[in-house]
Write a protein that binds this ligand. Sequence first.
Ligand SMILES: Cc1ncc(COP(=O)(O)O)c(C=O)c1O
Length: 442
Amino acid sequence: MSSSKAAKSNSLDSFWMPFSANRQFKQTPRMFVAADRMHYTTSEGNQVLDATSGLWCVNAGHRRPKIVEAVAKQVDELDYAPAFQMGHPKAFELAARLVQLAPDGINHAFFTNSGSESVETALKMALAYHRVKGNGERFRLIGRERGYHGVNFGGISVGGIVSNRKMFGTLLTGVDHMRHTHNLELNAYSRNEPEHGAELADDLERIAALHDPSTIAAIIVEPVAGSTGVLPPPKGYLKRLRKICDKHGILLIFDEVITGFGRLGTPFAADYFGVTPDIMVTAKGLTNGIIPMGAVLVKSEIYDAFMTGPEHLIEFMHGYTYSGNPVASAAGLATLDTYEEDGLLTRGSELADYWADAVFSLKGLPHVIDLRTMGLIGAIELEPIAGEPTKRAFTAFLNAYDKGLLIRTTGDIIALSPPLIIEKTEIDFIFDTLRDILKNLD
Ligand SMILES: Cc1ncc(COP(=O)(O)O)c(C=O)c1O
């Protein structure tokens, strides 16, 4: 190897990091080298409390023995099996377990490798469903401003985060967006669902009237918008959306990539809000983050609609090399066991009040303009520095890391989503640390 190649192989330069300020990071790297339950260990040997469950995925906490063992065993037993026209028992077992956990009426699971792929799969399923039913004129997909549905072309087309869309050309055609529900003037400092804004669901009526309802295949929303900075839906909003979908034959897709698997104190947000979508998009907490995996959960009507025609033919021309991968399936099964054994899918509801009180204890601190909570999610919205959006929150993130706390920021909003095993003393640590940071933030 030439000396310049050797020097390069030791540098941080080669890795183009995703959704990261590469240059800032590479000047002052923040490296995790180990993790256990609520904490990471940095390369300097410091402990950092994980207030974000990694990226909203490590819901049961880190390095849980049952999941670690299941993965190790599976690697040694059946490392890979072809996903197309072949199977292995654990994928079927996991699908059965998932639909058991899902709301009534949801009876089938299609496996993917990420939230983004689950979104693409759900959108394609919706279009193809209408087509196999003889309604191919239903081709429009509706999203919402500020929505985040991953980073692939379908997801950013129905998504509504401007910075994730503006670089990437024309995106999908036939897409429209409802307005978002964020309204600081009317709803600032709401606990759980804000009072005002259910009527924004009627935006779907407006869009349906514009395009004609018979052209609309599906609408996709996050029950609680996450990546845009935690926006719980206004009271009654999701029920109203469900009604409008039913009226017009539009499929309702819930993107439960962050709300799934206990985040709100119920298995899914669908349970929390008492609204069952036609399709549920999941990933992240499905395997506790240990192996990439997503699942799209669908109602029988959708699956059954495809099961027609000659039996030797493939019914849905879609799938991934790693759909239902054996190691991911083993991780998923052990994750569901761990959730069940530790009561984690409902633990969020037991801690929600304590958590919300802690979030609201930050009211009145400098720069804080809103606080939002739901289940074990919290958001602290900061006033941006004039002309330098995101900088104030990013500084808070860096300061928190130096104080042994991992938070996540999006724009000038701090979003918190700790592992569901969190103890009250750890909640206190998070908010004592944040209080200290906010008091001293420019
Ligand atoms: C609601 C939602 N959908 C989709 C995704 C994309 O998931 P992934 O990053 O696994 O592709 C995310 C990720 O944060 C998400 O929050």
